[in-house]
Design a protein around this ligand. Sequence first.
Ligand code: SF4
Length: 317
Amino acid sequence: MAKPDFWKNSKQYYDLKSYWRNLFGCNVHKLQIDAGFTCPNRDGRVATGGCIYCDGRGSNLRQKGKLPSVTEQISSGKKYYTKQAAKFIAYFQTFTNTYAPVEKLRILYDEALAQEDVIGLSIGTRPDCVGFDVIELLSGYAKKYHVWVELGLQSSNDKTLQFINRGHNFQQFIDAVNSLAGRGLNICVHIIIGLPGESEKDVLTTARTLAALPINGIKIHCLLALEGTALGEMYKKGSISMITKEKYVSLAADVLEVLPPQTVIQRLTADGYRDIFLAPNWAMNKLDVLNSINKELIRRDSYQGKNTGQVRIKPFY
Ligand code: SF4
């Protein structure tokens, strides 16, 4: 078995850029939007303090000062990326982007989709924030637009989820996936490699579990220790150690090998955070990490899906 032809790329995995080129026949870029949301895992509704690695900005993009409108953010993003892409996806990234009354969500998403060359949405959220009304709203958009729902999970191990203060358990994630599946939506799941207390087996259990679910994409990154976070404090006190590059590369390759070949790999490294970054140092060289994972798969004479045992090699969407 060789790597699937439908990827039409030179990588050992099915990256997002290739997937979009195959689907739309042009380059597509995600424009990151901060729409001013908060997070129930920080504001007390579910928990306070947030996930132990969360820096309180919800992502590295929390805007300072007055928040520009969705239209302004898309317009400035398009100017920046206009040479790299012909079409755009509005990526509601910062904090929990379904954590508001559905009518407020509709106004924000409508505003994004009204912009020229914006062909869809990507909505970053939590498994406990995709209620029936939100799914109805998003599946309505999916009839006309390309829509992704990005669910933070990080691990399928409940002990880990508790330790990192996710504020939800694995069953809640499964319930969210089951509610979202079959509604025309693309589901992307975020996982972290290198979480405290997690063994290689835990990481692979998460990957194999996801491989068996109706998900369309995955974002993988290594755990980062950031200034101003609970995890950053643990790192500074020496109570946790960070994953080495060699281990991360090897585990990322293991994960790719068990994921179906049609699962879109949206990310393999962490981005940004330079102003508050503590460790691990190697993670700052994004290109080197990406190259190393690809090289590792080549060294193994392997590729995404090699160990799934799947016979289906055509995309299911
Ligand atoms: S769910 Fe996201 S925004 Fe909320 S605390 Fe965790 S990392 Fe931060």
